[in-house]
Each structure stands twice: as structure tokens, then as C-alpha cells.
Design a protein around this ligand. Sequence first.
Ligand code: HEM
Length: 383
Amino acid sequence: QDVIGFRGTRQAGIITAAQDRLHFCAFDVITDDRAALVALLKRWTTAAERMTRGEQTTPDGAVGLGDYTPPADTGEALGLSASKLTLTIGFGPGLFGPTPAFPDARDRFGLGARRPAALTQLPAFPAERLDPDRSYGDICVQACADDPQVAVHAIRNLARMGFGVVSVRWSQLGFGRTSSTTTSQTTPRNMFGFKDGTNNVRAENTDLLERWVWVKPEDNPASAQWLTGGTYLVARRIRMDIEPWDRGNLLEQEQIIGRTKGEGAPLGQDKEFDAPDFNITSKGSPLIPMTAHVRLAHPDQNNGVRLLRRGYNFTDGSDGFGHLDAGLFFLAFCRDIGKQFVPMQTKLATRDALTEYLIPNGAAAFAIPPGLRDGEWWGQHLF
Ligand code: HEM
């Protein structure tokens, strides 16, 4: 029961109950040879499906090729179960030729007309410090599993198979989910110690998923219908200023988020899942401050806009000054990045009190195709 089906209407890893661990990888395509890229996508599909069943990348595996050949599988997942591994592929803006942000990108594979309408690079936002070596990418693979070694093994082997066709641009490990994507899950906590994912879009919210997550035929011209039934992914590495945060008093922390730290209830309410009431005041001031994160991110304040958040905590050791290099690797799926993520992030970046403690230093956007039917391979309807 720890195998998540690889094929289906949607790719696994979106509304799948969020697993505990993440290895996310962004690749650059380093060839102009369309046939080589297609061949890799086919080989990747076979290996990915095998790994999600708990098998090695190929039947030869770690020891089957004999003494004088590098093993086909690197071997570190031998003896481990599938651990709910999901592998989710996405395609980045640069694959489709030049964009305003990347005027020099070439349309190497004749995909210009196939670009989905909402697939552009993210605009620059205030207060971010993007590192190009932690941003962008032509292809992403999100590996989620309940065992970190299984997720790392999957990305490592896909990267290895891609030699000469793709190269790893950046990758990010995540060690604890920061959202719930089904109603059966308890709400986890982020690195600021607050419950995160309380008011998320979940697998059971089919109406919300249709409205805010899955791409519809009318969203794209005929040439980009390959994305119908898929979605878009925004990935942002948001470093959190842990030490200054830890010096803030409890009331201040709760007012920045707009929820209590213990229960996770909206300020002025008792229970985690009580609806926030933004009109309650105390001595003339709103209990949930005008600059609180949950007020500014709430659908009532954003023309109803929702995102499916599926991020992870990360800690990449310390930074040489004794500060934790830790934060939230924000992952959010939505039907239109420009109409959903961009306006919300623009508002948060300028008005959210939380922004003072955040340093976004990586960002990328990808189109996430729908799931595969039997016999299909990753990207088949695009190429
Ligand atoms: C809600 C933390 C970044 C969008 C929340 C909540 C917390 C939180 C504690 C309340 C619980 C919940 O409903 O999930 C953080 C932290 C962030 C971060 C620590 C950065 C390190 C972002 C970003 C966005 C975002 C970048 C989108 C641009 C939302 C939304 C909600 C939310 C839509 C739900 C609001 C509601 O409907 O009540 N976040 N968040 N968050 N956050 Fe964030």
C-alpha cells in the first residue's frame, strides 16, 4: 500500500496526500537534438514508473550487468520500499524559445507555437534576491516520498540517465511537508513553528480544483491543448530569517501570521478550522492586523483566488555566519500563474509583515502536463 499509481488522469504528486520528503530538480536541456530529448523522455518514463513501484530503474539493476560495466542502477534504494514515491514532470518557459525575460533563448525544438498561454518566467518581485543558479530550468522533476533516500535515488538516477541531453541546473531537498493536500492529513508546521496548510486546496475540493488548478481547453489556443487537464507549478526557495524571528515575542509572531501559534486558530477564534473573521476589532484595531499574512493571502482579499500549496521545509546547514540556511521551499500549483500567483505574491511582497523575515532566493515556473494513459511517455503530447 505504499505504491502510488504512476498513471492516471492527473500526474501523481499534485493532489496526492503530501509525502514527508522532497527532492526537487530543475534540468537544463543541453542538446539541440530533438530525437535525443524524446528518447530520454521515453527512457525516463520507463525508469520513473519502475521506481514508483519500488523497482530498480532497469531490470539489470545494481548488479545485473556483470563485473566490468557500471551498474545500471546506483543501488542505494535496494531493499527499500516504494515509500509512496511520486515523480512529477514539468516543462519550463525557455524550452519554448525566447520570452521577454529571456530574449536570447532559442526555439531549439520548434515548440514556439506550443507554448501554453500562462507559461512565462515569473516577473521580478520586490524584496527578493534571486540566485540564477537556484532559479529557472527547462525541465523539472519533483520527487516526493516518505523516505528521503528513495526520493534522492530517483532524482540521482534520472540525472545520470540524462547525461549529454540534460544537466542538473539546481536541486532542492525538503524534509517536512508544509501543507496538507487531503482532509485526512493533520496540519504540519513550518520553520517559524506555525501550522501551515490549514486553509489549503485539497484533493476532496473538486470544485476548487476545477476552478483554480486544472487547465481547461479555453485557457489555451489549439496548439497548446497538450496542457489541458494539467496545471502550472511555481517553485520558490524562500530562506527564512530564523534567528531574528526567534527573538520576536509570541504576540508579535501571531500578529504577523494572523493565527495563534499553538492551535493555529485565526486570531479572535478558537479552533484551527474556524473561518477567520477579519472584522473583529479590539480597541479600534483589527484583531487580524491589516498586514497579517493570512489576511493578505485569504481568498476574500484576492477576488477568490486559490492556490494548491505543496511546499516543504528545508535546512541546508548553516551559512558560515552561524545562521541556519533554512526556510520554506514553496511549491504551488495553479491554473494560471499570471492571474493567481503573480497578483497574490505582488501584494504579499509589498504589504505582508512576514516579508521582513523572508529572503526568496530561487524561483522557477513550469507547465505540468496531465497524467499518462497506458503506453504514453512524459511529454508525448508536447513533442
Ligand atoms: C497561509 C506561512 C509564503 C500563500 C499561511 C499560513 C501560514 C503561512 C502559517 C496559515 C495556515 C494556512 O492556512 O496554511 C507562510 C510562510 C511563508 C509563506 C512561513 C514563507 C516562508 C507564502 C507565499 C504565498 C502564500 C509565497 C503565495 C504567494 C498563502 C495562502 C494561505 C497561506 C494562500 C492561505 C490563506 C487563507 O486562505 O487563510 N501561510 N507562507 N504563502 N499562505 Fe503562506
